[in-house]
Unconditional design. Structure first.
Length: 341
């Protein structure tokens, strides 16, 4: 078997989302592949849909049911335990891909000797093959035989896991598996797998369709989601310690942690969580400071964040109370201006 594609599924039956995803998989021009769809204890009829596809495509479709909800990481781990392919890929069950995506990626691997292949995705609000806003996931400079400079660049800008395929031993030859019970599971261990690759091939073409809807992880902001993001950041650093690459890529990991654990969490919490608590913001800032005391002097941090963001971070690091008061006033004023233009 050339390729195993793992699809974590949870309540995506509505509006034909799940079927649109699965149709893009069973109709791939690459036939030497298996689709392992793992139902994460859905409460809609997702499981019945998966069983129907398994009956229709018994040679290449496997429907697996988890008796408890383990979140995407747990569903992916179940799929990994059953994967038989030389290559492994992932796709979210509300997204879809071009008919030749996996054939193109495997061919590029064959041409280049790569053991990790990636492409771009596009954002879309409709179920069609019309290309939406293209999001480049990597850079040509990151491709080729991987060295320190390329690894460092990939830690900073790794691109999404779902637009990549990995040679089997990169993932299954590693002890680490996705954390379960949290979102942002890809961020937690993506670096560990990526640093096991020796040669990366990048195809600057959008072959993955990332469906935008209100229920998706990135559009649903709760305190639990913020805490999940923080936990993913902690695991990311624990992985670097475990496998001994924290020191070599300290600056890159410091910046990545500041983005994932702290800055994105801080601003999404302030924007999206209705009942804001001073104790949460204080604890967030303190843990960032304790983990990486000099993060505000990190060259990547200085380069990648704008002046207003850095000003707000400085303010929060000095006083969470002043920060929360100022942030609330600032965005109240901006919303007022926006409504009365």
């Amino acid at each position: 078997m050339k390729l195993s594609v793992i699809v974590p599924v949870y309540n995506t039956a509505g509006e034909g989302k799940l079927e649109y995803c699965l149709n893009s998989l069973v109709n791939q021009t690459c036939r030497d592949m298996e689709i392992i769809a793992v139902d994460d204890c859905s409460t809609d009829n997702s499981w019945e849909i998966l069983r129907r596809y398994e009956a229709e495509y018994p040679d290449r479709f496997r429907a697996v049911h988890s008796p408890v909800n383990r979140k995407q990481g747990g569903a992916k781990n179940m799929g990994l335990s059953m994967a038989g392919g030389e290559w492994i890929g992932f796709i979210d069950s509300d997204d879809w891909i071009t008919p030749d995506m996996y054939e193109v990626m495997l061919a590029r691997a064959e041409e280049t000797g790569a053991d990790m292949v990636g492409c771009d995705y596009c954002l879309t609000h409709e179920h069609s093959m019309k290309v939406g806003q293209v999001v480049p996931n990597n850079k040509p400079s990151q491709a080729g035989v991987l060295d320190h400079e390329k690894y460092a660049s990939l830690i900073l800008d790794s691109g999404s896991l779902v637009v990549k395929i990995y040679r089997r031993e990169i993932i299954l030859g590693c002890d680490s598996r996705f954390p379960e019970g949290i979102f942002y599971e890809d961020n937690a261990l993506g670096n560990t797998w990526m640093l096991r690759a020796k040669n990366f091939a990048y195809i600057p073409k959008a072959m993955y369709y990332y469906y935008q809807h209100e229920e998706s992880t990135v559009h649903t902001i709760t305190r639990k989601r913020c805490e999940d993001r923080m936990e993913a950041g902690r695991i990311m650093i624990a992985e670097a310690n475990k496998y001994g690459y924290l020191e070599e890529y300290y600056k890159e990991l410091e910046c990545s942690f500041a983005v994932l654990f702290y800055v994105n969490t801080l601003f999404t919490y302030m924007f999206g969580v209705k009942k804001k608590e001073l104790s949460f913001v204080k604890a967030l800032g303190k843990e960032m400071r304790d983990t990486f005391p000099g993060f505000q002097d990190n060259p990547y941090y200085l380069e990648r964040f704008n002046e207003e963001e850095k000003k707000l971070v400085r303010m929060q690091q000095k006083s969470s109370l002043v920060f929360m008061f100022y942030f609330t006033l600032l965005w109240t004023y901006r919303n007022f201006r926006k409504k009365h233009k």
